[in-house]
Every structure is written in C-alpha cells, then in structure tokens.
Design a protein around this ligand. Structure first.
Ligand code: ZN
Length: 150
C-alpha cells in the first residue's frame, strides 16, 4: 500500500487510512485542523471526529502516529458507551493537532479488543509511540478524558 506523504522529516504526524478509498495518508499535526484531504482520492479526512479503527488498521495507525492517541473501546449496544460518546466527540473536535482521538468497536474488532484484554466497556486507552500509556474503564466526563492525554 502506498502512503500519501504530506509532511517532511519527522514533524509530528498522524497516519491513517482514507475512509473513502482505504489508501494510507500521513498528515502533519499542524494540518489536522486545516481540512486535510486524502492524497489519492481527495476525500476529506475528518479529524475533528473520532477516527474509526479496526483489527485491520489499528496497528499501523498506533505505530505510525507520533501524536498521543486516545482510543475509546466501545460497542453499539453499550448504554454507558453512548453516554460517553458526546464527550469523546468533543475531545476530537477540540484537540485536533495535538491528540488523535479514535474509537474501536469491540464487537467488530475482537482481535484488538482481546489483545488489550478489554473486559468492560467503555474503556479508554492512551497510546504514545505505539505503547499503552494509560487506561481507564467506565464513563468519564470530558475533563477526565482531557486529563488522560495531558
Ligand atoms: Zn482516499
């Protein structure tokens, strides 16, 4: 798979697949709020919303993104997850450029969920440089989510 380069050197960046064409893009952190588009198909890469990760995309996003990544492990049937979703959305909207906010559906992506031994949802894990840094289970308000990525 090719990578649409959008940055030079080792400037802080995120790496993620285009939701429209699936090709990988690297986006400089400073451009995250700049209406970034896919380098291949020009579809908008909406980084003001949580990015949906899957078993197929999780590892590359986690390992090739130099910003901290907050991942909300959730499921559609989970009421507490739905309660927390607006806070996760708001975190994504307000923290683009210094944090990548992502979600992983633990029913659809069971390999990743089981590797990280997700036992209760919602569980939030903050990754930095490919490694788990912090983890918290249960519904958290926006302020607590922000505190996790400080
Ligand atoms: Zn694309």
């Amino acid at each position: 798979m090719t990578l649409a380069e959008d940055t030079t050197g080792h400037a802080p960046h995120v790496t993620l697949p285009c939701p429209a064409c699936g090709r990988w893009n690297r986006i400089a952190a400073r451009r995250m709020t700049d209406g970034p588009k896919c380098g291949i198909c020009a579809a908008p890469l909406n980084l003001a919303h949580p990015v949906a990760l899957t078993d197929a995309t999780f590892d590359r996003v986690i390992h090739e993104t130099s910003l901290p990544i907050l991942v909300d492990f959730y499921a559609d049937w989970c009421g507490p997850c739905r309660m927390m979703a607006p806070a996760v959305d708001e975190l994504a909207r307000t923290s683009a450029g210094h944090t990548l906010v992502a979600k992983l559906d633990t029913d659809a992506s069971q390999k990743v969920a089981s590797r990280y031994q997700i036992r209760g949802i919602p569980t939030v894990i903050v990754f930095r440089n490919g490694r788990e840094e912090r983890r918290q289970s249960g519904v958290m308000p926006l302020a607590a989510l922000r505190e996790m990525v400080r």
